[in-house]
Write a protein that binds this ligand. Structure first.
Ligand code: GDP
Ligand code: MG
Length: 171
């Protein structure tokens, strides 16, 4: 097998949109109904094989700095991929994504693979951000849109697989 490659992935998004849940769902197959604020910046790892190549993902969670809008360059420096997460029932969380996308593009340029993640699709009946609005926005910033539910484990594996493939294309 050819050499393995390691990618750093960061999650950005307002508190309570489901960032920690997405990571737990993907790396531990678990879901917690409670919001537990992550205390320290930390990462989880996941290994996968793609096109015969070993890919190690280092997936970084925030330490709750999003509350102070203080997720700075130290956090996303060297990121190969970024998940900009919002909650489809919360329009503010969608609008907040736009600021982070600008920041990321300014700091990392086109080196980072951007994913806009519409989470909590199991709460479709309370949706406040239409699919079309999200899709148009994602296209306008050259990002790809993903629809997920960390609660029901929907779209999560596909999201990370697709992101890994897109990051591999850049190396
Ligand atoms: P974070 O602050 O962005 O890390 O958000 P958390 O992962 O702590 O999740 C915040 C709350 O949303 C918790 O109560 C989770 O159980 C809940 N949650 C996360 N993802 C989903 C989802 O896909 N669907 C639903 N219904 N709830 C979710
Ligand atoms: Mg969290």
């Amino acid at each position: 097998m050819s050499r393995s490659v390691t990618f750093k992935i960061v999650l950005l998004g307002e508190g309570c949109v489901g960032k920690t849940s997405i990571i737990s769902c993907y790396t531990e197959n678990s879901f917690n109904n409670k919001h537990v604020e992550t205390q320290q910046a930390s990462f989880k790892t996941k290994r996968l094989t793609l096109d015969g190549r070993r890919v190690d993902l280092a997936i970084w969670d925030t330490a709750g700095q999003e509350r102070f809008q203080a997720l700075g360059p130290l956090y996303y420096r060297d990121a190969n991929g970024a998940l900009l997460v919002f909650d489809i029932t919360d329009e503010d969380s969608f609008n907040r994504v736009k600021g982070w996308v600008k920041q990321l593009k300014r700091m990392l340029g086109d080196d980072v693979v951007l994913c806009i993640v519409a989470n909590k699709i199991d709460l479709e009946k309370d949706r406040h951000v239409s699919m079309q609005t999200a899709e148009e926005y994602a296209q306008s910033v050259d990002a790809k849109l993903y629809h997920t539910s960390a609660k029901l484990n929907q779209g999560i594996g596909e999201l990370f697989n697709d992101l890994a493939a897109r990051m591999l294309q850049k190396v």
